[in-house]
Ligand binder design. Structure first.
Ligand code: S3P
Length: 182
């Protein structure tokens, strides 16, 4: 793995994983407990375009969204002491993967398909990538993306845990890494 000169303790923590797995909620708790700034990439994009993601996709196109996503992630993952939540598709961009793995610590929040599909009805209105797709198409996308999320530094299966428990586990594991390797 490539590294940069930022000390392990100062590296930003980046959260990846499929839509609706709980990245934003967990990352927000982790940021608060570690006294760090929290950055939600989707929120930054929506703020800049002054519209929700669904409208950005519909009015401006996915390509514009992905370009902004790349600009924001490349900017924030290089800064020290942040906790950054990425949209579920961001890590599919090679430049984003490379930059995050080089400059930050990447946490993958995993979930089983069976648990995730229970959440679909709550997600579909605000996630353009899920719209106009059959359940089989969505399952294919879920498993396809899993392969790319495998390039991470640490992972946690969220199925039976609430966000607070996941955040505590992550904080314990990061503190152990700081003790062992810094
Ligand atoms: C996307 C995931 C969304 C958001 C956009 C595209 C994707 O973020 O970035 O709708 O391609 O998986 P969440 O993972 O926070 O839902």
């Amino acid at each position: 793995m490539q590294t940069d000169r930022t000390s392990l303790k100062e590296k930003s923590l980046v959260f990846i994983g499929f839509m609706g797995v709980g990245k934003t909620t967990v990352a927000q708790i982790v940021a608060k407990k570690l006294y760090r700034d929290f950055i939600d990439i989707d929120y930054e994009i929506e703020k800049e375009f002054q519209m929700p993601t669904t409208e950005i996709f519909n009015l401006l196109g996915e390509e514009k969204f992905r370009k902004k996503e790349k600009d924001y992630v490349l900017h924030y993952c290089k800064q020290p002491l942040k906790v950054v939540s990425l949209g579920g598709g961001a890590f599919m961009q090679e430049a984003i993967r490379e930059a995050c793995l080089k400059h930050s610590i990447v946490f993958y929040l995993d979930i089983s398909w069976d648990s995730w599909k229970e959440r679909l009805h709550m997600l579909v209105d605000s996630r353009p990538v899920l719209q106009n797709k059959s359940i089989d198409d969505i399952e294919d996308l879920f498993h396809e993306r899993k392969k790319t999320y495998e390039e991470h530094n640490s992972t946690f299966i969220t199925d039976n845990n609430d966000a607070e428990e996941v955040a505590d586990y992550i904080i314990d594991s990061i503190k152990l890494a700081w003790e062992l390797y810094d």
